[in-house]
Design a protein around this ligand. Structure first.
Ligand SMILES: Cc1ncc(COP(=O)(O)O)c(C=O)c1O
Length: 390
């Protein structure tokens, strides 16, 4: 085996602090990442495709992965993307940035959920949009509130261009948009000419029941651009995902100046992932992830119930990586965070997930990075922090 190459510069994004159980990181546990399957798949891709794995790739992504995705989507959802309605992306963050680049101009009104994924907010902000928040509750986006906002915007002559939403196993709240609201949302968007940017990154991590149908699968053509990712179902370092949308948008994402010069995004990685998928490893890996992360969720929820006072509301997610805790009126997450750090645990305060910094009466706990024993210990420390504030 080759020795690791020494480097003075970092290899990964995540940092850690000695003694701190940091439930702020919504990253997969490195110990669970499928190193052996990726090693096999890399070798298989080179054996099978030879130098074609190393050429500039086909602009929408390599056929074997697109075909596996088309077959898989059509088996799981009531809609089959045509081959011109799907393209490989560099993951959801890259896809969101690219779609915004293609469909918005600075100043356009784009709607987001409150709360929403804080790092997507940064991407959205970088496009100089007019961002407005729509409230959510345990059943996800409040579609009635969206309807009212769309109406007001239309009357004031500034109709909303798009809505960024995470309807399935939300980050940060873990909530899932109810079936009724899914239907109402796509109908409303179709009537209002609103493009839905559906972030579908946690679909494969469903713990209690199969994931609900994507908005893309139930919407009229052209209403939804759905961004899927291999970051949570395989590994984030792959930087790979896919987009399903109407063919005009997909083709503009796939066939452009960048792919004209550089070929399809992450071509070799996409062929490696195609090998993981077609060998059956993908299904085995995601099944193992579901079992392990479900056990972690249960351990954290159980320990929080035992450690936190009854006026702390704990929301159990049906999938994904996050538990959302709503605090009693008099407690602010930012203040609790100082006490939690003193006790040796950390979390993300709710105010990080809103446009205006409101929402500090809630916090997000990620249960993805640590094994169950550490999650139980983190919950115990959080309970101590709560008591130390009193
Ligand atoms: C809701 C959501 N969207 C997107 C991402 C990032 O996706 P990708 O790694 O595919 O860019 C994350 C990662 O935490 C996320 O939680």
């Amino acid at each position: 085996m080759m020795l690791p190459i020494p480097s003075r510069l970092p290899i990964v994004q995540r940092t850690s602090t000695e003694g701190l159980i940091d439930l702020a990181w919504g990253h997969p546990d490195p110990a669970l990442l499928p190193v052996e399957a990726l090693r096999r798949a890399s070798a298989a891709a080179l054996d099978h495709y030879g130098s074609a794995a190393l050429e500039y790739g086909s602009s929408a992504g390599p056929g074997p992965l697109l075909e596996w995705l088309i077959d898989g989507i059509s088996a799981l959802e009531d809609r089959t993307p045509r081959s011109d309605q799907i393209a490989i992306t560099g993951g959801n963050s890259q896809a969101l940035d690219q779609v915004l680049h293609l469909v918005t101009t600075p100043g356009d009104v784009v709607l987001v959920e409150a709360p929403t994924y804080h790092l997507a907010l940064r991407i959205l902000r970088s496009h100089h949009l007019t961002l407005m928040a729509i409230p959510t509750d345990r059943d996800g986006l409040q579609v009635d509130a969206l309807r009212d906002t769309l109406h007001t915007l239309r009357q004031s002559g500034t109709p909303a261009r798009a809505l960024y939403t995470i309807p399935t196993y939300h980050n940060p709240t873990g909530s899932t948009l109810s079936d009724d609201r899914r239907q109402a949302l796509v109908e409303l968007a179709a009537a209002e000419n609103l493009l839905i940017l559906e972030d579908d990154v946690y679909r494969e991590l469903a713990y209690d029941a199969p994931a609900p149908p994507s908005l893309w699968s139930i919407a009229p053509a052209g209403v939804v651009a759905r961004m899927g990712s291999f970051s949570k179902s395989l590994a984030p370092g792959l930087r790979l995902g896919y987009l399903t949308a109407d063919s005009d948008l997909v083709q503009r994402c796939a066939v452009n100046e960048v792919t004209g010069s550089g070929g399809g995004i992450n071509h070799f990685t996409a062929l490696v992932v195609a090998m993981v998928c077609t060998s059956g490893d993908f299904n085995a890996i995601t099944a193992a992830f579901r079992a392990e992360y479900c056990a972690r969720r249960n351990a954290l929820i159980g320990a929080l119930r035992a450690s936190l006072p009854p006026d702390y509301t704990i929301q159990t997610p049906g999938g994904g990586f996050f538990v959302w805790v709503t605090l009693p009126e008099h407690v602010q997450a930012a203040a609790l965070l100082d006490h939690a750090r003193e006790q040796g645990m950390s979390f993300t305060p709710g105010s990080r997930f809103t446009l205006d910094g409101s929402g500090d009466n809630a916090l997000r706990l990620a249960f993805s990075l640590y094994p169950a024993t550490m999650l139980v210990e983190a919950a115990r420390r959080l309970g101590d922090a709560v008591r130390s504030m009193a």
